[in-house]
Design a protein around this ligand. Structure first.
Ligand code: JDE
Length: 284
């Protein structure tokens, strides 16, 4: 997979040289190219921002540097030079997805990470100031797949940290990046028996630490009881931290023990076929 990042702070992307992403690059699984947006300015001050039309606080990123940078990185002719297939590929060559981090974007989820991990080429455009002139997103959307994506409901000073977040979530899904020891089949939000639930607690040696022992069931060797205990802990944690995930769960996909544990936590399946919390239910 090829990843391009266009930014006014290339040094902010240094973490892409280390750890999981850095190793994936060393092993030739990822081709990461970081570009300085100011290379595509022409004035002596390398200006990338200007005051907003209509007034108001802050500055907006000018369209011209972004247009020149994206044309240089992607190629100016469009994905396929064919107006009928705006997201097609050049002679079967790779079509990039342009990913724009913004708090106004579509939420970035594990599902979005998996979709993007299946694409051969991603181009990230992290913005500073109040964002990028809207015409840039409109213009590239005519010829390419452009995704405005939010990594959470808060406002950051720039899109570089969201790029680091997304690249790490995407890179670990690429074939050959994770070893067996760290495989992702049981992750919170991944498909599988724990799909849609948060992970429960984990323990390792020593068996006693500061007077605290490991739950007996985990050292019992009873694999069925261990699986049941983990599932109950996942349900408890999800109920406490993310009740919205329980509310959207499908009761038919729960087993009898799940329903018993959820009932202890105050959740009952309603006439609408979804879980609801009984008034005055206990949290833990
Ligand atoms: C991302 N959650 C928070 C980006 C922006 C077009 C392009 C970009 C007004 O403040 C911002 C901040 C950012 C940086 O990203 C985040 C973020 N997920 O803060 C834009 C606007 N228009 C604007």
């Amino acid at each position: 997979m090829r990843l391009d990042v266009i930014t006014i702070f290339p040094e902010y992307l240094e973490p892409l040289n280390v750890s999981l992403v850095g190793k994936a690059r060393e092993r030739g699984l990822l081709d990461v190219r970081v570009h300085d947006l100011r290379n595509w300015t022409h004035d002596r001050h390398h200006t990338v921002d200007d005051t907003p039309y209509g007034g108001g606080p802050g500055m907006v990123m000018k369209p011209e540097p972004w247009g020149e940078a994206l044309d240089a990185v992607i190629g100016g002719a469009g994905a396929d030079g064919d107006a009928d297939t705006p997201h097609g590929a050049v002679d079967g060559g790779p079509a990039p997805v342009i990913v724009v981090p913004t708090p106004s974007g579509v939420p970035f989820t594990q599902e979005a990470a998996a979709e993007l991990a299946a694409r051969p080429w991603l181009v990230f455009t992290p913005a500073r100031y109040e964002g990028i002139d809207r015409r840039v997103i409109e213009d590239y959307s005519d010829r390419h797949e452009v995704r405005e994506v939010s990594v959470g409901d808060y406002v950051l000073a720039g899109g570089e940290a969201p790029v680091l977040v997304m690249v790490e979530a995407i890179a670990r899904l690429l074939p050959g990046v994770l070893g067996n020891a760290e495989s992702h089949r049981d992750d919170s939000f991944a498909d599988g028996s724990m799909a849609g639930l948060l992970e429960g607690p984990v323990y390792t040696k020593p068996p006693a630490w500061r007077g605290r022992t490991v739950p007996d069931v985990l050292v019992s060797g009873h694999h069925g009881r261990i699986a049941r205990w983990r599932r109950d802990e996942a349900l408890r944690r999800t109920s406490a931290h993310r009740p919205d995930l329980i509310e959207h769960a499908v009761p038919q996909e729960m087993d009898r023990a799940d329903l018993l544990t959820l009932a202890e936590l105050g959740w009952v399946a309603g006439s609408d076929g979804r879980f609801g919390r009984t008034p005055g239910a206990v949290e833990e």
